[in-house]
Design a protein. Structure first.
Lengths: 112, 339
């Protein structure tokens, strides 16, 4: 339980990177992003909740890392799709490289 | 409640298109709606996204085998607090209100202040002195105008609309007719020329200006302080309104079907263009356009097409247009590409 909670805290710091990585693959809408991340985390839906996701998407949009557009949904409800921008892709590359460096340092000094 | 309703006018009640028909989901949506700011047209954007998520979540849960009632409760439970959505929406509206209010207020205030300075320098109706009166008047007018424009452009009228449900493949693009483009640019040019004129006259008059006779204390009234040529004030107000109208008027939705494609203009007639009427699709390009965002120029793609009568038309495809590239490919496939 303690290990799971600590892991969730670490992952929360990565949320923007996770979301951008999902959008880098293809455009998606809020519920779709949530499902995608949840399946990547083996069904763990405690890390990213709806109440966290939408403010996060809004923050990314304000920073210009994602853009949004509307499309009629399949069930008659409108869907707001998000799309990663060029700035978003650059930011994603930078974040991934950052985490790789951290991961290498951890492997070198802690897991020996 | 009454104070918050000021920021929710017009359309105080929850927009019906945001409701799902499920009592539990609709209760959540209505409670969220009460916390949001803006007119119904503004609030619908947040509500539509939340509605879609609730419906998708409920459907997913029902597919896993649980009852509809339970699925609704779980779907609502998964959304979390209403404040997490309303706080984000209110914050973004506040920022936009400030931005638009300041921009328009400064522009208008500077202009009106300069104008007041010149008017007072040429007549005897002075409150303190022409320069101080001009500054104070400009601040007053700028604040009033900025507040009104910020309120209208942020809380009342949205930049774009949600897609219509019964039009498949509905997309948004902007196309300005030549008269509208000309008028919109004319308004800006007139504003700039008048500002330049005000500055030039005040500079040229300043060295040789005879000190203005200040009115006796008993004659200083508020009406004299607020004296202005009403015809010009009304004219400027109308020009500003016209400018906003023109900026907004470019929004269109269009539909592609077997017969052709047709364009919905915001205030004008629907325009239908049948495939046989299009002779060729011309080149693509990019340019900066004044689009339905208040006071913003943005880089946009456009595509030219030539009608059978030889007239060339242009459609601007804005960055938030749905599947712009798909639309271009579809047009090209239907008509054929000719440079």
């Amino acid at each position: 339980m303690v290990n799971a909670q600590n892991g969730a805290q670490v992952l929360k710091g990565l949320l923007d990177t996770l979301v951008l990585q999902v959008l880098d693959t293809k455009d998606n809408y809020g519920f779709g992003i949530l499902q995608n991340i949840s399946s990547q985390l083996d069904g763990d839906n405690m890390v990213l909740r709806e109440a966290t996701l939408y403010p996060l998407l809004h923050r990314l949009e304000t920073k210009g890392l994602v853009e949004s557009y509307w499309k009629p949904g399949q069930r008659g409800t409108d869907r707001k799709y998000y799309k990663i921008t060029k700035d978003g892709k650059n930011y994603l590359k930078y974040r991934i490289s950052d985490w790789k460096n951290v991961s290498n340092i951890l492997k070198k000094h802690l897991i020996t | 409640m009454m104070l918050s309703n000021i920021f929710r006018f017009p359309g105080l009640s929850c927009p019906t298109e945001a409701l799902t028909g499920d009592t539990i989901l609709d209760d959540y949506i209505k409670r969220l709606d009460k916390q949001l700011w803006g007119s119904a047209k503004i609030r619908i954007f947040t509500l539509a996204e939340v509605k879609n998520h609730l419906v998708e979540a409920k459907t997913g849960l029902m597919q896993s085998g649980i009852t509809e009632h339970e699925a609704s409760i779980k779907a609502v439970g998964s959304m979390g607090s209403i404040e997490s959505y309303s706080n984000v929406q209110r914050k973004s509206l506040k920022v936009k209100l400030l931005k638009i209010g300041l921009q328009s207020g400064i522009l208008f205030g500077v202009f009106m202040g300069l104008y007041q300075w010149i008017i007072e320098a040429h007549n005897n109706k002075v409150f303190i002195n022409p320069l101080t009166d001009g500054i104070v008047y400009g601040l007053f007018e700028g604040a009033f105008f900025g507040f009104f424009m910020g309120w209208f452009a942020t809380l009342v009228w949205p930049e774009r609309n949600l897609p219509s449900h019964n039009i498949p493949d509905n997309k948004f693009c902007v196309e300005y007719s030549k008269p509208m483009r000309f008028l919109s640019k004319l308004v800006i040019v007139v504003f700039c020329l008048m500002a330049v004129w005000c500055i030039a006259v005040s500079i040229s008059e300043y060295p040789s200006r005879v000190p203005v006779k200040v009115m006796p204390a008993e004659d200083k009234q508020l009406s004299s302080y607020l004296y202005q040529p009403w015809w010009l004030f009304i004219g400027l107000g109308l020009l500003s309104g016209l400018n906003i109208f023109l900026v907004r008027s470019g929004c269109r939705s269009f539909q592609i079907n077997q017969d052709g494609f047709w364009i919905n203009q915001w205030f004008a007639r629907k325009q239908r263009i049948l495939w046989p009427a299009i002779k060729s699709i011309g080149t693509l390009g990019e340019t900066y356009g004044w689009i339905p965002s208040w006071n913003y120029w943005r880089k946009v793609k456009y595509i030219n097409y030539v009608l059978s009568n030889g007239k060339t038309r242009r459609i601007y495809l804005y960055p938030d247009m749905l599947n712009a590239d798909k639309f271009i490919l579809l047009l090209q496939a239907k008509v054929g590409m000719k440079d």
